[in-house]
Write a protein that binds this ligand. Sequence first.
Ligand code: PBG
Length: 339
Amino acid sequence: MSQQPLPLIRRPRRNRLFPSLRDMVQETWLRPSDFIQPLFVRAGTGDPEPIASMPGQFRWTLDGLLHQAEDLCASGVRGIALFPQVAADLKDTQGSYSSRDEAWPLRVIEAIRREVPDLLVIADVALDPYTSHGHDGILDASGHVDNDQTVHALSRLAVLQAQAGAQIVAPSDMMDGRILAIRKALDSNALSSTGVMAYSAKFASSYYGPFRDAVGSATAAGTCYLDKRTYQLNPANAREALVETMLDEQEGADILMVKPAGLYLDIIARVRQSTLLPLAAYQISGEYAQIHAAAERGWLDLEKARDESLIAIKRAGADIILTYFAGDVAKMLQTKGFR
Ligand code: PBG
């Protein structure tokens, strides 16, 4: 007995029946220019060192880094975020190597600007690559991270990075008042064109571990689970994240950021509603490692999980995504078109 069709006026599946139609009604797309590739760099020469917990990511020396930068540029990625791995003998409790104008990470910035001029160089303003304890700040006598002393050191570092040619400086430390201090320091050094991308809502996440191995702040601290809860946000707090983004906007940030990304889509969506500024989100090392680990076991499809994780971040409201997948996705987009 043949059944009567249901008396439905609305059948949303009609818009999903053909690939052509699915493309036409797709609301969110990925483009190569959405992405910033974070890159790790070490001093000297030699082969890139693979980072065990981040398959496909390396600590580059300058030669390899330049090739990598050219390659990214050719695949349509517009920016890189540089993170130096500083040798243990250059670290101290104050992170004082960060304030030296002969520091090698500054030479790396200059070289990329010279050799790959179309690529945007985003410098990481933070002390953790430079401190012997792995914290993002200078410790006071009782071992607490001293906010104002740290802000002073960060302002100096930002000026040096901007003078070396970084078009954007990106403070990732979460000290109070650092955006205003950095803005003022840049402006008083004739660097008013240098932009500030603020890591505004950065949470004290357990997913930073692979990154801390990569830059060596874990080795310095003796653990990749270093406790940064006196400055990074409590993962339970959304309103507090909005306070941080509001303050950074008032202090003069050009671009705001939420970090991590995938576990904080609600924060991305709420910040998107509360500001007119461009919003970045950082898909961090642990998010990258998680997808790779599951794919290695055949439990997830690497490319599909990757693309879904990124489109979700975009859909939540991020304009810009920092992700270790940037180069791979941009190459995929070049061959397959927009996703
Ligand atoms: C610290 C910093 C961190 C990351 C970048 N800069 C986190 C931290 O150690 O607290 C993490 C990035 C990632 O996990 O991919 N200045």
